[in-house]
Design a protein around this ligand. Structure first.
Ligand SMILES: Cc1cc2nc3c(=O)[nH]c(=O)nc-3n(C[C@H](O)[C@H](O)[C@H](O)COP(=O)(O)OP(=O)(O)OC[C@H]3O[C@@H](n4cnc5c(N)ncnc54)[C@H](O)[C@@H]3O)c2cc1C
Length: 385
């Protein structure tokens, strides 16, 4: 039996769990963060690392994105967690997409979120290698951020241990959570027991270990994404995260634009729809370009059906569209990988009170790197009050 009595135990050291640990520890709580793997290695390290509130619907999630940017920057000012002010641009490939970017610009101007319309010529100057045959104009968000997904979370945990005395235990799989005798009790597969006032479970796409019956009845689904990364291009600079016309059709923010409905009715190639492909780029700190992505879906009860294999057919479609957009110095691929995230079909996140003082918060979908920092802040604020 462990002697330490924690205020909060967080299970899962992805972005959601670690930011919950951050906000609680910052308030002076005694916090234990438990992670089943040697290092967190799921969605939080396999993504683009784009922190782009511009892609989110107006209101709650956009606000979480904006607040998260402040949180990222405030931590970065004290400790390097790989945050860069990078900006992001949506490139329109035809007249309808140009109209949508103008409409989104108006919405953002109305609420004072900085953005800038770019002409075709502006885009061609700003983004070397961009093909004039593709780009008809762009909408640029200068303040948006990027992080290095393979490193950010490890740096954040190191910062929390150093600055806020966070207790962190990797290689620690939690197999049960129970509320009894006025406390929460967490037991690991190594039969260690820890107790705390509160538990927050942020277990990503793991649904078989804890509360399997609850998850089986949930409206959660898992998305499998395919990504690739070039070898470094030291001589080339990509000025910001780049999202093309397919992202304009996919992102929540554009759905609120008056011209979105007619756009959905027309033109899109079914091969993009079949694999859920839209094409995004960002340049990592080493000069390589990360390119993605695709989306295949499976219900929470059949996630194994997604498989682990990387599909060449998807890569070919992504690269074909990428090369229609850009002429990079080279297309040498250094690595390819799959990423998976959970999302909720009926809600924007899965948030459930599983027991007294035990909350499950997961299935944040494709917005976890953008919104987790602020979402976690609001959860902890409510607990604190
Ligand atoms: C390819 C890809 C690209 C993406 N790009 C972006 C982007 O550019 N911008 C953006 O905002 N979002 C992006 N996302 C989404 C984002 O990555 C996710 O929303 C976010 O990482 C989810 O974080 P999480 O903490 O919920 O889950 P995870 O990162 O999956 O973390 C959950 C953790 O819980 C641990 N765990 C589970 N069960 C237990 C247990 N019983 N005991 C102990 N530990 C446990 C797991 O090992 C894991 O480390 C992308 C996602 C993918 C896959």
């Amino acid at each position: 039996m462990q002697a330490t009595q924690y205020d909060l135990i967080v299970i899962g050291a992805g972005a959601l769990g670690t930011f919950h640990a951050y906000h609680a520890a910052k308030r002076g709580w005694k916090v234990l963060l438990l992670e089943k793997d040697e290092k967190p290695s799921d969605a939080t390290v396999r993504n683009f690392g784009m922190v782009i509130p511009s892609g989110m619907s107006q209101g709650k999630w956009k606000e979480h994105g904006r607040r998260s940017m402040e949180i990222y920057k405030s931590i970065q000012a004290e400790f390097d967690i790989t945050v860069r002010s990078y900006g992001s641009v949506y490139l329109a490939s035809n007249q309808t997409e140009c109209i949508l970017t103008e409409e989104l610009a108006t919405l953002n101007e109305q609420e004072g979120y900085p953005c800038e319309m770019l002409s075709k010529e502006d885009c061609l100057v700003k983004y070397p290698g961009l093909r004039a045959s593709y780009c008809q104009g762009g909408l640029f968000f200068p303040g948006e951020l990027t992080v290095e997904p393979r490193r950010m979370i490890h740096h954040l945990i190191a910062y929390l241990r150093e600055q806020y005395k966070l207790s962190y235990k990797p290689n620690t799989l939690v197999k049960s959570i129970e509320y009894k005798t006025d406390r929460c009790w967490v037991e690991t597969s190594g039969l260690e027991k820890y107790s705390s006032t509160h538990v927050i479970l942020c277990s990503g796409r793991e649904f078989k270990l804890l509360y399997p019956h609850l998850f089986a009845k949930s409206a959660i689904e898992v998305s499998k994404l395919q990504m690739l990364q070039t070898t470094p291009m030291q001589e080339y600079v990509l000025n910001g995260a780049v999202l093309g016309g397919l992202s304009i059709r996919r992102y929540e923010s554009f759905r609120e634009c008056p011209s979105y409905e007619p756009l959905q009715a027309g033109e899109i190639d079914t091969v993009f729809k079949k694999w859920g492909i839209h094409v995004l780029f960002k340049q990592a700190q080493d000069g390589s370009i990360i390119i993605g992505d695709s989306h295949e879906y499976a219900d929470v009860n059949s996630t194994d059906a997604l498989g682990y294999e990387y599909k060449q057919v998807i890569e070919d479609i992504i690269l074909q569209e990428a090369q229609r957009m850009f002429r990079f110095p080279h297309w040498n691929i250094a690595r390819q990988w799959n990423g998976f995230y959970a999302q909720c079909k009926e809600k924007d996140i899965f948030h459930h009170q599983a027991d007294t003082n035990v909350q499950i918060i997961t299935a944040i979908g494709g917005k976890g790197m953008t919104a987790s920092a602020s979402l976690a802040e609001s959860t902890i604020q409510k607990l604190f009050n």
